[in-house]
Design a protein around this ligand. Structure first.
Ligand SMILES: C[S@@+](CC[C@H](N)C(=O)[O-])C[C@H]1O[C@@H](n2cnc3c(N)ncnc32)[C@H](O)[C@@H]1O
Length: 244
């Protein structure tokens, strides 16, 4: 079962052509055939999510937007703490992943968690503002990622937090002293490798986040990749603050 599920996912990652005239159509075309096995496979591919969720504050009565939230697995990472929130939104453009999120919400009996089909560059909660905004491996899949970051800034209330975990590559000349510097192969291989799935690790996401928000913490790391022995893909965890 595990191997068959992995093979199905690997087929979609490596061979299945992605079709669609719009970004939303391409996303659902990519995810539809792998939605059921998504969470199990991504636990081994998308590292750092537990650490990010553990480090983010959960304000009592707060509103949390998980932009590009997919199946809603990240809501689980809050554990009991999710009960402190007034509302947790899972915002995504792929109906096949949102269907898994809605099933999870029903199974958990979460009455204050809502899965919404909407664009991360535009979604505004009914409450008008958010206390926490997260992008978990979604910024690399949002073509207008800069609009998504700008939107997160607009929708956050002053004093609110942004948390981002994602793949990236460094600039040839890192944006700030002390930041990781990746070699030529890393900087060229990973964008080419992920680009086939419309995932775009960028040298510019992190510098833009650092410019837009007051940094609270930053961790740059590398992770193993299932079925790619020896490969170590770079990823980062960023927590930032919108100043009061
Ligand atoms: C790699 S998945 C990550 C899902 C989830 N955050 C996680 O940690 O497992 C990227 C997600 O971003 C979503 N996405 C991409 N562009 C989007 C956009 N413009 N608006 C909303 N969601 C988007 C995709 O549909 C997908 O669910």
């Amino acid at each position: 079962m595990g191997l068959i599920s992995d093979l199905r996912i690997l087929y979609h990652l490596a061979l299945h052509p992605i079709r669609g005239a719009t970004h939303a159509e391409r996303l659902d075309n990519f995810y539809r055939g792998q939605a059921e096995g998504y969470d199990t496979f991504r636990e081994r591919l998308l590292r750092g999510r537990d650490e990010l969720w553990a480090a983010l504050p959960v304000p009592a009565g707060g509103v949390w937007l998980d932009l590009g939230g997919g199946t809603g697995a990240n809501a689980e990472r809050l554990g009991e703490r999710i009960g402190a929130l007034r509302k947790f939104y899972i915002v995504d453009l792929a109906p096949s992943l949102l269907a898994i999120a809605r099933r999870r919400i029903a199974q958990r009996g979460w009455t204050h968690v809502e899965a919404v089909e909407a664009d991360a560059t535009e979604f505004v909660p009914a409450e008008g503002a958010a206390d926490v905004v997260t992008f978990s491996y979604s910024l690399t899949m949002i073509p207008d990622w800069f609009a998504a970051v700008d939107h997160a800034w607009r929708v956050l209330r002053p004093g609110g937090h942004i948390g981002v975990v994602d793949f990236y590559v460094s600039r040839k000349h890192p944006a700030a002293p002390g930041m990781a510097r990746h070699g030529w192969l890393t900087r060229h291989f990973w964008p080419a490798w992920f680009g086939g799935d419309n995932v775009f690790p960028s040298p510019d996401h992190l510098p833009y986040l650092l410019r837009r928000f007051e940094p609270v913490s930053l961790l740059e790391n590398r992770a193993a990749v299932p079925y790619l022995p020896l490969a170590r893909v770079p990823y980062y965890l960023f927590i930032g603050l919108k100043p009061q």
